[in-house]
Design a protein around this ligand. Structure first.
Ligand SMILES: Cc1ncc(C[n+]2csc(CCOP(=O)(O)OP(=O)(O)O)c2C)c(N)n1
Ligand SMILES: [Mg+2]
Length: 377
């Protein structure tokens, strides 16, 4: 007698592990040299040449902000900053697929995505310095920016996004909540709870897990035995995709289709972007060479998402060095202007800081506020 094929497969644990690779192949549209590996997928994005250039500019802006922020932080002029170099496709190309009406739930590394929504750079600088004015989510024209503040508590923004996504669903809005976390974030309880909740209510959420291989110094394999972070979405019953996170076109396509799916009332989607953080974890002091090799970092620089996009657009005849140099100069002049603006804002008093911590200050805080105010601080 032989066991049935179905039962054999059920009990074949090696098969189960191997089957996960087949279930989660990597979405890719551009090869590393910028050539198109799937023309039909490129067409499916619906991106015009103007939009492709706009996306390239967003990615370049992000890289320049990263370079300047890192230098300014070393001079003590920018506060906390989490470097973004290497993640421009994962961040900017995904964010590019959402509308102003959609609600962004960023992590601390997702400052550029908020700026893409119209949050001025000077406010981002004040936020990095812990200034209360950096917590005002409006444009310079006074319009609301549909974004929450960069979340420091790993994974917590997923729970917040699930709640807002349910609200959008109940109000029948053509809008979604889109949330970012890292590979480390997918090991948190909040990550699972949020996806489970959002899926149970078929809420309008798009969850993006940026797998950059490390949670500070902890490699991804030490954090979870899951072969694909995307598999965690299947456990919640939601469509989940793995994308080449350094391929801006593939990331955009996945995000655009996920948004369409979620906004149409079909429930959430999880997108895992495979990418790399080319620089230290933050400006607060981190030496990547204590937990990864220079060869590994150098190899990822060869897969820089900007190189790939630059080659692609140049081959298409819509981008060149001259345009890039001019745009970079423009961005840096803007950043200079925004730093001056942030520096010109009146310093926050210690008493103001305490007043802004809790809606109703505790007895002890009230006493502290009175003491600092009496000293003019
Ligand atoms: C709940 C919680 N635990 C621990 C930390 C400390 N911490 C800050 S960043 C970080 C790593 C997060 O890694 P990942 O989610 O992969 O994001 P990445 O920094 O790589 O973008 C940790 C553990 C925190 N901020 N919040
Ligand atoms: Mg990470």
């Amino acid at each position: 007698m032989t066991i049935t094929e179905t039962n054999k497969k059920i009990l074949d644990f090696n098969y189960q592990l191997a089957a996960q690779d087949e279930a989660f192949p990597t979405l890719q549209v551009l090869a590393n040299d910028g050539s198109v590996v799937d023309e039909a997928a490129l067409e499916r994005t619906g991106l015009t040449d103007d939009q492709l250039v706009e996306l390239m500019k967003h990615m370049l802006f992000s890289r320049e902000l990263d370079i300047r922020s890192t230098k300014l932080a070393k001079q003590g002029r920018f506060g906390f900053f989490a470097p973004t170099a290497g993640q421009e496709a994962s961040q900017m190309a995904s964010a590019f697929a959402f509308n102003d009406e959609d609600w962004l739930f960023p992590g601390y590394r997702d400052i550029p995505e908020i700026i893409m929504k119209g949050w001025p750079v000077w406010k981002a600088i004040l936020w990095s310095r812990g200034h209360v004015q950096g917590n005002v989510m409006t444009t310079d024209d006074g319009k609301d920016v549909h974004s929450w503040f960069p979340q420091i508590i790993i994974g917590a923004q997923y729970v917040e996004a699930a709640g807002v996504a349910l609200g959008l669903k109940k109000r029948q809005k053509d809008a979604v909540a889109y949330a970012y976390t890292g590979d480390g974030g997918t090991s948190q309880g909040d990550f699972y709870e949020a996806m489970n909740f959002a899926a149970a209510y078929q809420a309008n959420a798009v969850f993006i897990a940026q797998n950059n291989g490390f949670a500070i110094s902890t490699p991804r394999d030490f954090q979870t035995a899951a072969k694909h972070l995307a598999a965690k979405g299947w456990a919640a019953g939601i469509p989940s995709v793995v994308v080449d996170g350094n391929d801006a076109i593939a990331v955009y396509l996945a995000a655009k289709e996920a948004r369409q799916w979620a906004a149409s009332g079909n429930g959430p989607v999880l997108i895992e972007t495979l990418t790399d953080r080319l620089e230290p974890h933050s400006t607060a002091g981190d030496d990547p060479l204590r937990y990864r090799t220079k060869d590994d970092i150098d190899a990822w620089w060869q897969k820089d998402p900007l190189l790939r996009m630059r080659h692609f657009l140049t081959q298409r005849g819509i981008w060149n060095e001259e345009l890039e140099t001019a745009y970079i100069a423009e961005v840096n002049a803007h950043i200079d202007d925004q730093i001056k603006r942030a520096d010109g804002v009146e310093k926050q008093k210690i008493s103001d800081f305490l007043k802004n911590t809790l809606e109703v200050p505790s007895q002890v805080m009230q006493e502290q506020i009175a003491i600092f105010e009496s000293e003019g601080k």
